[in-house]
Design a protein around this ligand. Structure first.
Ligand code: NG1
Ligand code: MG
Length: 517
């Protein structure tokens, strides 16, 4: 499937978003011309996403269920004539916050990225790197380097907000470089896979959910993303229910800058899940070594999952296992984790090395050198428990959407969906420890005002929450947040900040390119 070329904003945005987006796009193109003295050749865009369910399990290679939101990252682009060397001029409509930069694309080797500096153009450079590598492969020319570009960007996905602003930026950047270098058709899977690898170059050892949602989403549908045996994205439409099913996104306004907290938060969770996989393999004495896979550190709980059932129950290809049997497998793994990973206080390096029979230097080199983490104890039991139970909640959520319960009014479905979302929030807060008091408060307030389900969305530790709210309760939920949360914490909060805080999100479309005629 290729990234579509949009010929109208209606191909990209829901009707109610068109007036605002039309003004935004016209302003972007006018500013481009003013800044660079000529008009853009095309505009590339990728949206942010909200994750409905399946949190912190994509890097363990379990299925997740995000959907694209309207907010996106735009780049107006013109190819720069190369006078011998290729240079990039990149600017942002918010020029104070994101200063204009100009840099040369080296004829040899990769464009340098200093991941320690929180330089906004690093995301573009990581997309440029990834796309250049892909183009070198496609053109079978290792010496190929990208053309130069003039770029003016405009992102409306709140950064550090759990709506994957970073993935939207990287996907748009990679798409921009592919199109600027004359790729007529850009394959969605190729774009997505290069964006996943590129984002890790910027310092966060992330999974692939965000980029998949950003690239593959189709307007009106959520997306069931699978990473094994290979990356696939299946649109999931919402049953029409009464009351109408609405997802509301609420910012906590607690900045969750993953780069700063990664060594004790996000990147640490990736290490804990990887160690849980290798530890469990040893506890059950698996003869077959865990498969090397696309997870950030090359080994995952999913890899352990498939290997365990291959050895213990002779299941040669688990991707053919029925959904019902897969759920039974997950329940069994959760029980085994309860019974065998008994150290509630966590596992020290010595504990882990003792069982694995390797030295602490080997452990650090193998699992903690690519991205630093800071921890004395690794909570293997809790992280594995969350992952196995969360993977099952995703399957149940998807089954409910595709075959809604017929008994009772529409709210039987909403109640069941909401219960799953609430269980995810409890597990994120109590077992995976990636929530925060502000997110917990937003969820409690929403449930009290009529939400069926409320949970953090994205990495957590701040950022956004997502709530399943019947249409006729959205105003009640919004006003309780305003009164009990936003105006209490920030009495001076402005009306536009308040408007930005709560968004009713319809499932949006994914990456697209718009030819400027
Ligand atoms: P955010 O931080 O919301 O973009 C992050 C990861 C995802 C996934 C979620 C948790 C990045 C770029 N993305 O999303 O892969 O692991 O956390 O489910 O870090
Ligand atoms: Mg992100």
């Amino acid at each position: 499937m290729e990234v579509p070329t949009a010929t109208s904003l209606h191909d990209i945005y829901p009707d109610d978003a068109i007036p605002v987006e039309k003004t935004r796009w016209e302003k972007l193109l006018a500013s481009f011309k003013e800044k660079y003295g000529h008009q853009a050749d095309f505009v590339s865009r990728s949206p942010g996403r909200v994750n409905l369910i399946g949190e912190h399990i994509d890097y363990s290679l379990y299925e997740v269920l995000p959907m694209a939101v309207t907010a996106d990252f735009l780049m107006a682009v013109a190819v720069r004539p190369t006078t011998g060397k290729a240079t990039v001029r990149i600017a942002n409509v918010l020029s104070e916050k994101f200063p204009s930069r100009e840099f040369e694309i080296p004829a040899e080797g990769e464009v340098p990225i200093d991941a320690s500096a929180h330089e906004w153009t690093n995301y573009f450079k990581s997309g440029l790197r990834g796309a250049t590598k892909l183009l070198q492969q496609k053109k079978k020319d290792a010496r190929f380097t990208s053309v130069g570009m003039d770029i003016l960007s405009d992102g409306t996905v709140p950064s550090g907000g759990g709506l994957s602003s970073s993935a939207a930026f990287v996907c748009t950047s990679a798409l921009t470089v592919m199109k600027a270098n004359g790729e007529e058709k850009v394959d969605k899977t190729e774009l997505c896979e290069l964006a996943i690898v590129s984002e890790r170059a910027v310092g966060v050892n992330s999974g692939g959910m965000d980029q998949s949602a950003s690239v593959f989403s189709l307007r009106g549908s959520a997306l069931y993303v699978s990473f094994k045996p290979s990356l696939t994205a299946t649109p999931i439409s919402f049953p029409s229910t009464s009351p109408e099913l609405t997802f509301v996104i609420a910012q906590s306004f607690v900045a969750a800058d993953k780069h700063v907290t990664a060594p004790v938060c996000y990147n640490l969770r990736v290490v804990e899940c990887t160690l849980a996989a290798v530890y469990l393999a040893k506890v059950f004495n698996l003869k077959t070594p865990l498969p090397t896979d696309s997870s950030p550190l090359g080994t995952s709980l999913r890899g352990f999952h498939d290997t365990y059932f291959e050895e213990k129950e002779g299941i040669s290809d688990n991707s053919k296992t029925s959904v019902t049997d897969f759920k039974v497998q997950l329940e069994k793994l959760a029980q085994l984790t309860q019974d065998y990973l008994i150290q509630e206080e966590g596992y020290t390096r010595a504990d882990i090395c003792g069982l694995l029979g390797i030295s602490e230097d080997e452990l650090n080199a193998k699992y903690m050198s690519k991205f630093t983490v800071r921890a004395e104890r690794f909570m293997l039991r809790q992280r594995a428990l969350h992952v196995f139970t969360e993977a099952e909640r995703v399957i149940k959520f998807r089954q409910l959407l595709s075959s809604p319960p017929t008994d009772g009014a529409g709210d039987a479905l909403l109640t069941s969906l909401g219960d799953l979302m609430n269980a995810t929030q409890d597990s994120c807060r109590d077992v995976y420890d990636c929530s925060c008091p502000e997110l917990d408060e937003l969820c409690t307030l929403a449930r009290g005002a009529g939400a069926y389900g409320s949970r953090l969305t994205g990495a957590g530790w701040g950022g956004c929450s997502v709530h399943l709210v019947p249409k006729d309760k959205v105003d009640a939920v919004r006003s309780v947040w305003e009164k009990e949360y936003y105006r209490k914490k920030w009495p001076e909060i402005s009306d536009e900040k308040l408007a930005e805080a709560v968004v009713v999100s319809k499932p949006g479309s994914g990456s697209a390119v718009f030819k400027v005629l």
